[in-house]
Ligand binder design. Structure first.
Ligand code: IFM
Length: 459
């Protein structure tokens, strides 16, 4: 076995999000979110479920903190539910909603676990959606007031903040493809929504810095490196276009204060924009979006392989084709491609040079093998996934990438959005009938990696 040591002080964590684990939608004055409404709409969630109970984490959080201690993580990424803090999206702050995160943060710190709080992981208060949601600039303004409220209460103790999780999903899945709340199918609106999300990021960076001057602030993007299926010019152009819309549409404004001209031209060609002028961009917006940040959070799950003549997977979606993947697919249908994480981290360092990087999510959905039983469930595919991606991350660090931490998605099986409870991502299995948490072998594997601050590789 060869050992690969990670830098001293490397952050080892797991990631979760409020809506996917908390449940308790009516507790302590929480308001309705767009995901409550979406999940209650027949036909939206694959198994007809909702997240009214989910992992019951709102009540069982102490039990889940014990799991974090068992893993030995030194960091934990969670999200704050906007409708708990501001039940109507803006206006009066609900102190009882903030109390929950206050207690959680104190308990994490007492356990020696550094909190990384994400402000927005998709649970927009429904009253704001009723006024236009992310399609409206006023939602960006409301987000800043929300950031202020959370920063004021937790900013003395939370040293790492992410403004948004995965703006591409918010904009494209929520407003163009209709697979996520609010379930709209309007490509032009999706571009407007993406801009307002980015704008609110820039404004919130400033707000958080006011309340937590010593904190590190960043954004979390889901990035999918694009590989042409062949060296042909047409395939390379397909990869360029995918990259432009999926990755650079977010990276370029955040790091360079500009939307990528080629991707804008593609959107004009598709009729999603009238011309190269973006009507929703006001003077000063791009400078605000490019506010200096302390880290870029990267969510990496898979890559895309692009072929110019492939059939689009969905209307208006970039044309993609996945090669027969040697390392298989996860239950999400995503190719396992660890080398993509290495390539992506190097590319980000080269093209954007963020102050530091975090893998803010990485993980795999796999059903447990039939007959698997406690006390520890064997999940060799998740262990292999984890090991290979950590090896890829290590390789990037050795080549000079300032990667400061890794957060595995996820601590627990949870509500996987439109898939309901049908996709299991947890290091711990959750029996949703009893709420029992059962460790998988991947939890033990990760615990050992963390304890050694190193991975052991087969020679
Ligand atoms: O569960 C999601 C998470 O909320 C955002 N990133 C991807 C995960 C797996 O699909």
């Amino acid at each position: 076995m060869t050992k690969r040591a990670f830098p001293p002080g490397f952050l080892w964590g797991v990631a979760t999000s409020a809506f996917q684990i908390e449940g308790a939608p009516d507790a302590d004055g929480r308001g309705e979110s767009i995901w409550d409404r979406f999940a209650a709409t027949p036909g939206r969630i694959a198994d007809g479920s909702d997240a009214r109970v989910a992992c019951d984490h709102y009540r069982r959080w102490r039990e889940d903190l014990a799991l974090l201690r068992e893993l030995g993580v030194n960091a934990y990424r969670f999200s704050v539910a906007w409708p708990r803090v501001l039940p109507r999206g803006r206006g009066a702050v609900n102190g009882r909603g903030l109390d929950f995160y206050d207690r959680l943060v104190d308990a994490l710190l007492e356990a020696g676990i550094a909190p990384l709080a994400t402000l927005y992981h998709w649970d927009l208060p429904q009253p704001l959606q009723d006024e236009g949601g992310w399609g409206s600039r006023a939602t960006a303004e409301a987000f800043v007031a929300y950031a202020e409220a959370v920063g004021m209460r937790l900013g003395d103790r939370v040293r790492r903040w992410a403004t948004h999780n995965e703006p591409w999903c918010i904009a494209t899945l929520g407003h163009e493809q209709g697979e996520h709340a609010p379930g709209l199918r309007d490509p032009a609106l999706a571009l407007r929504a993406a801009h307002h999300v980015l704008l609110s990021h820039g404004w919130a960076v400033a707000a958080l810095r006011r309340h937590a001057p010593a904190a590190e602030v960043g954004i979390v993007l889901n990035l999918v490196p694009a590989y042409p299926a062949s060296p042909s010019e047409a395939d390379r152009d397909a990869a360029r276009a995918f990259d432009g819309f999926f990755n650079r549409w977010y990276l370029d404004p955040v790091f360079h204060g500009v939307y990528p001209a080629d991707a804008v031209a593609d959107r004009v060609a598709r009729g999603h924009l009238r011309g190269p002028e973006l009507p929703f961009v006001h003077d000063g917006d791009l400078a605000a979006i490019a506010a200096p940040t302390d880290f870029l959070g990267v969510n990496y799950y898979t890559r895309a392989i692009l072929r110019s003549d492939a059939i689009p997977e969905a209307e208006n979606a970039p044309r993609t084709l996945r090669a027969p993947p040697p390392e298989g697919l996860t239950d999400m249908g995503w190719e396992v491609f660890p080398a993509g994480l290495h390539d992506l981290l190097l590319r980000l360092q080269r093209d954007y040079a963020p102050a530091s990087l975090l893998v803010a999510e990485n993980g795999a959905a796999y059903e447990d093998p039939p007959g698997a039983a406690g006390p520890i469930l064997e999940d060799p595919r998740r262990v292999a996934y984890l090991r290979a991606h950590l090896a890829a991350a290590h390789r990037a660090i050795a080549e000079g990438v300032p990667l400061a931490g890794y957060f595995h998605w996820s601590l627990l099986d949870n509500f996987e959005w439109g898939h309901g409870y049908t996709k299991r991502f947890g290091l711990y299995r959750v029996d949703f009938a009893t709420q029992a948490r059962v460790p998988r072998a991947s939890a033990r594997f990760y615990r050992d990696v963390i304890a050694a601050n190193a991975i052991a590789l087969e020679p």
